[in-house]
Design a protein around this ligand. Structure first.
Ligand code: GUN
Ligand code: FE
Length: 416
């Protein structure tokens, strides 16, 4: 048993932060045992670590990121989605055919996510299986929780970043076989998006999803161009998400859909029916898409909306900054399209970043008893002589903090 003292904050739901000021969180075998205002008699001999006025919060979950685009952070932001992919992103990803190129990039990405307090993530690699395995192994070695995908693309893709359908399905099946025993890190099917995948490929992936009981991650209705292109290519489908439904890709594991900016009623139906996870990527949609997800509207429909940093569409790893960016976007949404959304607050976006996102990975994202103690200590937020409440400190961290404010990190209950 180990006790940690500080101001403990986590999410109950999208309205409510649970705040335990000046309290103790008891951790046994890496799991939360309980939270106490004083050290209970039964733990009088236990070791105590005192973080003073430090905030103790759950580590973040990033539901959408491209580790292979790590070197693109903050550059090439002058284009929108389709041109951005063709000009910057596809050439960048082609380098991952070379393991010597991939190794230091994936090492840097994984270290950076830990630095920013992201301990659980849904990650796109590239079409290259050997380099994807390298990323997989690095995440496993560090003890992180992740769903990792070898990307599939066999259509409307440049020759230097395109597979044949057979090759794509064969490599994916080998990838699934190689990781069938994965516990903390697991494989996930990753058709890039409908415009770069043939029907044969997507339907083939549906068969693999059923055979190996693995979920799927992709991008849906992320721009008007993408939504229209998907329906042009799959005219028998009523929505982008129905493509994956008809292919048998949904319901085999987590179904994680990035962006979901222009969903129609059929997308909503599919996402509800298969308990899909929509991911808002605020920085990315600002940078390369210029659309805004109707977060509260999707939440009102009962969907589990989460957050992603979407490097390299997004420019940095800190999910706490996505909490702030999501609030800013919700105001623009309300201002320009009041019928589609209303302003959301920090309790909501922190919930998206921790409890809602954590649900996809298991018992992480809150400090309820039995949850894994994946935790961060946040400090040096206040101005001298101007104390702030824990909720205010959390909000300021999300708006104006950085990794220097993360003064301790616990992964599976162990101090890093
Ligand atoms: N749609 C297809 N590929 C990508 C990608 O790499 N990033 C983003 N943001 N959207 C995509
Ligand atoms: Fe993306």
């Amino acid at each position: 048993m180990h006790l940690y003292h500080g101001d403990i904050v986590y999410s109950e739901n999208r309205e409510t932060l649970k705040i335990f000021e000046d309290s103790y969180i008891a951790v046994e075998n890496g799991l939360v045992e309980g939270i106490y205002p004083q050290i209970p008699d039964k733990f009088s001999g236990a070791e105590v670590t005192d973080y003073g006025r430090g905030l103790i919060i759950p580590a973040f979950s990033d539901l959408h990121v491209h580790a292979s685009q790590f070197l693109q952070r903050g550059i090439g932001m002058d284009l929108l989605l389709n041109d951005w992919l063709n000009t910057y992103t596809f050439p960048q990803e082609s380098h991952f055919a070379d393991m010597d190129y991939a190794e230091p990039v994936y090492e840097a990405y994984v270290n950076d996510m830990i630095r920013h307090g992201t301990f659980h993530a849904c990650i796109f690699a590239t079409i290259h299986r050997p380099a994807t395995n390298l990323l997989f192994k690095k995440l496993e070695e560090k003890g992180l929780r992740a769903l990792v995908g070898k990307v599939n693309m066999d259509f409307q893709s440049p020759p230097y970043l395109c597979e044949t359908t057979e090759e794509s399905l064969r490599e994916t099946e080998i990838f699934l076989e190689e990781h069938s025993g994965g516990t903390l890190v697991k494989p996930i099917l990753t058709p890039r998006f409908a415009p770069t995948c043939s029907r044969e490929l997507i339907w083939g992936l549906g068969k693999l999803g059923k055979k190996y009981k693995v979920g799927v991650q992709t991008h849906i209705v992320e721009s008007r161009w993408e939504a229209a292109e998907s329906l042009r290519l799959f005219p028998d489908c009523r929505s982008d998400s129905e493509i994956y439904e008809k292919a048998g890709l949904l319901g085999n594991g987590p179904s994680v859909f990035a962006h979901v900016i222009f969903p129609n009623e059929d997308d909503i139906r599919v996402m509800k029916e298969y308990d899909c996870t929509p991911v808002q990527c605020p920085d990315s949609t600002n940078n390369i898409i210029a659309g805004i997800m109707a977060v509260d509207r999707l939440q009102e429909k009962g969907l589990r909306v989460t957050l992603g940093c979407d490097i390299g569409g997004g420019q940095q790893n800190g999910i706490y900054r996505q909490c702030a960016a999501s609030i800013k976007l919700s105001k623009l949404k309300e201002f320009y399209e009041p019928e589609l959304g209303k302003t959301i607050d920090i309790a909501n976006t922190f919930y998206m970043a921790t409890k809602a996102g954590g649900e996809v990975f298991g018992n992480v994202g809150t400090f309820d008893p039995g949850f894994v103690f994946d935790a961060l200590v946040i400090d040096n937020i206040e101005d001298e002589g101007h104390p702030m409440t824990p909720a205010q400190r959390l909000e300021r961290f999300c708006y104006a903090g950085d990794d220097r404010n993360v003064t301790a990190r616990y992964l599976n209950g162990t101090l890093l």
